[in-house]
Design a protein around this ligand. Structure first.
Ligand SMILES: [Zn+2]
Ligand SMILES: [Zn+2]
Length: 773
């Protein structure tokens, strides 16, 4: 029996080789019908014997091309069409109508595919060693789009008319390059050049060979990639790494290294033998930087990631990266964002020469413009779970899929690790990593990211959501906008809502929001918060007791100040009599000044921050008195936990004291510090103290969650905030809460740090504004 079915497919199905794929699937089964692009995706009509049609429908999602992402697939029976009355004689790709509104999802930039890689290293291929080889399964997308619909004239490939050979591929539905918008070759496409530091082109036979000899000589080469420039040095050359650190003014923050293949990665980092997640993620087409434990002694000098047991590694993802690594025979290259500390990554050739002046010796550039900057993504893999630390290249602009339709909201994020978020329907589009909004370059990138996303996603926000901190650049910007509803969202509420949205939760949850800094509704600096929260609102159920931050921001840069603050808070000036190394090494005049500041309440804002508690402990036990990058003390405190340590149950002194007050709990850290000082007095190793500290927090939180469950009858716990980038703490807390019978939800797709804040702001604002429709 003949049947005819109409299949509406939505998701990322345009510009990714989906129509040719369906064409092959249909013709291979001798089915008749059509496929055409629609505003939502593609519509297929398929006719033939019932069994064969059924087989087609079943195979359709399973074998879709790698870049396709099907978000919904609706199948319905339609009347059969006989050939005599205009039915199809075969299967055809029907071209979309001119001017038809196209509103499909845009693919992210992805790594070169195995087919293109093979062709590039094939001497007989016409694209042998061509650094811009790509096809519908791979290459740039998001960073070369100027406007929609996504086709060549709206991309930075518009200036490269295709040669006849490329055009023939582009127009052939059976070719891997059918409608591959960045399709190009040696004859017609972009070219690589090597420039000196003044921006003068260096005459040479092969710019890649020249760049490699620079790297071999220990020099810094700026390399133009997919979403911006990298600064590259030979990672096995300590002097070259030190040179880059000096020039980049990056003292100790780890550098990421690019390795040629999985085998080289395995020589440098520890992979969990039982679990292949890290291998899979490393080789995935998104090619994020994967943070893994370093092998010791390793092939990589300490200068790459000093005081750090972990290393961020990634595989090459552009053809140019592969050519560079192969030509140079490098074991590993440091590939760090082409910028000064915390500024946005440089993307334009001339901009790079100007902004990276004094940083790079050579510039390996090309003439395919990057229209939108996009940093490398960073993930951490542990226990078979991948978590986003920085969600950017390879993932953006794939939306986070929400449970329910949302109004169009623009959420402008926080101050550090900023991202923005735009919602439409069930989609939440988070921007790439915008960075720290503390310098002029970041401001303009922030504007650029908003404008660009609004344009290519065709979103006109009705609501703008922002953080309550009055001094955040993003907040000030949001408050200047008119003609839209403005909604302020508390920082930690946004963290919990972000976790809820990602996990499709409704109602209210017990939310642990732990991080460094967030503006509280009482004007204090929050950061160790337990909320009973839903999208529309929250109650502050518990928090760490307030302590002063002597010197404000200076207390973030100098953890020893927080140690002094905690000791003075709990023990008064008596702590100065303690016979422990921390106190012996204190600079007394400085400490006296600090104590007076706190006693008089001068420049000493109150904080309940979990991050500052980590800082205080790290300083007190001698791990770090001053930091060179955000969260350094907390990171090093986590790493101090040696894996061989016996997992002693800490004396129950570490359980936080719970004081009922105004219907919420204050988590007192006094017993914790008492026990810790005892341990310091009997010279317990730092590794054991750190472990007991972590375990103590976990047990305190489990007890707190149990109390709140009794009080509210809620059993769902959400964990969010930058502190949960601490794998030891998050895994242990998750495990212990699960043992206690809680349903625990964490963030995987979206960072739990401030990079995921905008998602939470968007869903909270949407819930707070009454729907008019
Ligand atoms: Zn390809
Ligand atoms: Zn060509």
């Amino acid at each position: 029996m003949e049947v005819r079915r109409q299949i509406d497919v939505s998701g990322i199905v345009q510009g990714v080789g989906f129509r040719p794929y369906v064409y092959r699937l249909a013709t291979g089964r001798h089915l008749r019908g059509t496929i055409r692009n629609t505003s939502a995706g593609v519509t297929i009509e398929i006719q033939g014997p019932a069994e064969t049609v059924q087989d087609f429908v079943e195979h359709l999602p399973a074998e879709a091309p790698p870049l396709a992402r099907i978000t919904s697939l609706a199948v319905q029976d339609v009347p059969c069409l006989a050939v005599q009355i205009g039915g199809d004689q075969d299967f055809r790709i029907v071209h979309s109508h001119e001017g038809e509104e196209v509103r499909t999802l845009i693919s992210p930039d992805v790594a070169i595919c195995p087919d293109c890689l093979r062709e590039m290293f094939d001497r007989n291929d016409r694209r042998y060693r061509y650094p811009f080889i790509n096809c519908t399964n791979c290459g740039p997308r998001f960073t070369i789009i100027r406007d929609i619909p996504y086709d060549r004239p709206s991309t930075s490939m518009a200036m490269f008319p295709m040669c006849p050979a490329c055009l023939a591929e582009y127009e052939n539905p059976l070719d891997r390059r059918f409608h591959a918008q960045p399709n190009a070759c040696w004859k017609c496409g972009p070219r690589v050049e090597l420039w000196d530091k003044s921006g003068k082109r260096i005459e040479c036979r092969d710019p890649i060979v020249e760049a490699v000899s620079g790297l071999h000589a220990g020099l810094v080469v700026a390399v133009k990639g997919l979403g911006g420039f990298h600064l590259a040095v030979d990672a096995t050359n300590p002097a070259a790494v030190a040179l880059l650190r000096r020039r980049k003014r990056r003292v100790e923050k780890p550098f990421a290294v690019m390795v040629p293949d999985l085998q080289s990665a395995q020589e440098i980092c520890e992979f969990d033998g039982a679990d292949a997640t890290a291998q899979t993620v490393l080789q995935s087409m998104q090619r994020p930087i994967v943070v893994l434990p370093k092998k010791t002694p390793g092939a990589i000098p300490d200068e790459v990631a000093p005081f750090n047991r972990y290393l961020g590694i990634f595989l090459p993802y552009t053809p140019l990266h592969y050519l560079l690594l192969a030509e140079g025979g490098f074991k590993a290259l440091v590939m760090t964002s082409g910028n000064l500390s915390e500024e946005p990554i440089a993307i334009d050739n001339r901009e790079a020469i100007h902004r990276l002046n004094g940083l790079a010796d050579y510039f390996l550039v090309h003439n395919r413009d990057i229209l939108l900057r996009c940093d490398d993504s960073v993930v951490r893999v542990a226990g078979g779970i991948t978590r986003q630390l920085r969600r950017s290249r390879g993932f953006v602009p794939v939306p986070v899929f929400l449970k329910d339709d949302q109004p169009s909201v623009l959420a402008v994020g926080g101050e550090l690790k900023n991202t923005i978020c735009l919602t439409k329907g069930k989609h939440a589009f988070l921007s790439q990593h915008v960075g720290d909004l503390e310098n002029v370059e970041s401001y303009s990138f922030f504007h650029e990211a908003i404008r660009h996303l609004e344009r290519i996603l065709e979103i006109r926000p009705e609501i703008i959501a922002y953080d309550l901190h009055p001094d955040y650049f993003s907040t000030r910007w949001a408050r200047q906008q008119s003609g839209v509803e403005l909604v302020g969202v508390q920082h930690h509420h946004a963290h919990i809502a972000s976790c809820m949205a990602e996990n499709h939760l409704e109602g209210r949850v017990i939310g642990f929001a732990l991080d460094g800094t967030g503006y509280g509704t009482d004007g204090n600096i929050w950061g160790g918060e337990v909320l009973i929260a839903g999208y529309e609102g929250f109650e502050r159920a518990a928090h760490f007791e307030y302590v002063p931050m002597p010197g404000g921001a200076a207390a973030i840069r100098e953890p020893w100040r927080m140690a002094v603050s905690y000791l003075a808070h709990h023990f008064g000036r008596e702590f100065l009599k303690l016979d422990i190394p921390f106190v012996r090494q204190l600079n007394r005049p400085k400490v006296d000044l600090l104590l007076r500041m706190m006693e008089q309440g001068v420049n000493s804002p109150l904080t309940s921050s979990c991050g500052r508690l980590f800082d205080a402990v790290a300083a007190l036990i001698g791990i770090r008195q001053e930091v060179n990058y955000e969260a350094q003390a907390a990171i090093e405190l986590e790493m101090a936990i040696a894996s061989s340590d016996e997992d002693t149950a800490y004396p129950m002194k570490l359980v936080p004291e719970l004081v009922p007050e105004d219907d919420h709990w204050i988590v007192s850290t006094r017993p914790l510090f008492e026990a810790l000082l005892d341990d310091l007095g009997r010279n317990l190793p730092v590794a054991a103290i750190s472990r007991r500290f972590h375990n103590g927090l976990v047990e305190g939180f489990v007890e707190l969650a149990t109390l709140l469950r009794k009080k509210t009858a809620r059993n769902r716990v959400c964990l969010s905030g930058g502190t949960f980038h601490n794998i030891y703490l998050s895994h242990r807390l998750e495990a212990r809460l699960s043992e206690a019978g809680f349903e625990v939800f964490t963030q995987k797709e979206v960072p739990s740090g401030d990079g995921g804040l905008s998602l939470g702001q968007a869903v909270v604002a949407a819930a707070k504004v009454p729907r008019t429709t």
